[in-house]
Design a protein around this ligand. Structure first.
Ligand SMILES: [Zn+2]
Length: 393
């Protein structure tokens, strides 16, 4: 058992002074009285006290959009020639980096075959150190569509249904499709719709019997609207979202995962850093629209879940705190960014045991040098990280 003493606790319920007791992978007490009771209930009194005075215990971060097999290289297309083994080693490395940065759960939205699903099983087994992994298997995309080098190409509602069922058969926790073109696929037009409304309907309908959440990559407004009307659970990127579509998302309860780090990773580094010119040009064209999308989403009250798209150019797993900083730059308060990166993202991933520092929750915690409800920079370089009650750093 660990008892974190004399610090503060910060989560979506606010910031307050409180000790925290951890045993058997769970939070078993928060606050002096509850911690004393938890310690007394243990026979063996095998308690490690950790002084966290002046520090703040917060829930670990949940990243709703990553690619565990990708390594943030400038030109993602060059990874297509690598073997599946190489991609798997990269995933192991990325998961450890994420854990050390304070990430306790990730949602992989596209990998080769069952790579991310398998990585998730190894994390549960304890063979890999990393956050829990919720994964989609392969992306379902139109023939020649965005991300076609690792996606499952499918055309027409029947084939889309089959492609989605294949992912469910492989154990997918979420289904992901491409509703529009993208920035990183040469020749793809960023905002152009890809899967049709009928194909998107077939996609969400396939997920419905098992209540499997669905995610759609969508930049252009028409594609976003198509996906929302088809009942998609979350819109990824949402770059060209209009005010009307933001209202529709708020009405439908559709989550938005903005992935600001993906856009900024490309724009801020540019062609000089080796990013293909086509991708840089498309990202630059999207920057102003993305700022507008934030205004529309905030005005409409769209529920935002944090996601980085880690693995895309210059968007590393260890750099997750940057996404929270971007969210604050685009208009969230530090407390709202915390909410997006903890409870909102946990809800989207279907995890009901992370996101708060409360009794009965998993001991997936970070110890920070400042209060993240006040200062978003508090998330960078956690002093320590606990994953399922085990201290990682
Ligand atoms: Zn992605």
């Amino acid at each position: 058992m660990y008892v974190l003493t004399d610090g503060a606790v910060a989560d979506v319920d606010g910031t307050r002074a409180a000790d925290v007791a951890i045993a058997d992978g769970e939070i078993v007490g928060v606050g002096k009285a509850a911690v004393t009771e938890a310690v007394e209930a243990l026979d063996d009194a095998d308690v490690t006290r950790v002084d966290v005075s002046g520090k703040v215990v917060a829930p670990g971060l949940v990243d709703a959009h990553v690619h565990v097999m990708m390594d943030a290289r400038p030109d993602v297309a060059t990874a297509a020639d690598e073997t599946d083994f190489t991609a798997s080693f990269r995933a192991a490395r990325n998961l450890r980096a994420a854990a050390e940065a304070g990430v306790v759960a990730v949602r992989d939205l596209g990998s080769r075959g069952t790579l991310a699903l398998d990585a998730g099983e190894l994390v549960v087994e304890g063979a890999l150190t990393g956050p829990r992994v919720v994964a989609c298997g392969r992306n379902v995309i139109m023939t020649g569509g965005h991300g076609n080098w690792f996606g499952r190409e499918a055309d027409g509602p029947a084939e889309v249904r089959k492609a989605a069922r294949e992912q469910l058969k492989d154990g997918a926790d979420v289904l992901k499709c491409m509703a529009t073109g993208g920035v990183l696929t040469e020749g793809a037009v960023t905002g152009a719709p890809e899967l049709t409304p009928e194909e998107l309907e077939a996609f969400t309908d396939t997920a419905a019997p098992t209540n499997t959440p669905t995610a759609a990559h969508a930049h252009g407004d028409a594609g976003i609207e198509n996906a929302v009307r088809a009942g998609i659970t979350s819109i990824e990127h949402g770059t060209f979202m209009s005010a009307e579509t933001a209202d529709l998302m708020a009405d439908e309860g559709t989550y938005w995962v903005p992935t600001a780090s993906a856009l900024h990773g490309i724009v801020d580094n540019g062609v000089e850093a080796g990013i293909p010119e086509d991708a840089v040009r498309k990202a630059e064209d999207a920057v102003d629209a993305f700022a507008d999308a934030w205004e529309h989403a905030l005005d409409a009250g769209v529920t935002i879940a944090m996601g980085t798209d880690a693995g895309t150019p210059f968007n590393t797993f260890e750099g997750i705190a940057g996404e929270l900083a971007y969210m604050v730059e685009y208009g969230l308060s530090p407390a709202e960014a915390l909410e997006a990166a903890t409870v909102n993202a946990a809800d989207l991933l279907g995890l009901d045991d992370v996101g708060r520092v409360a009794e009965g929750y998993r001991a997936d915690l970070v110890v920070l040098d400042a209060d993240p409800n006040e200062e978003v920079a508090a998330w960078s370089e956690p002093a320590s990280v606990y994953l399922g009650g085990e201290r990682v750093i």
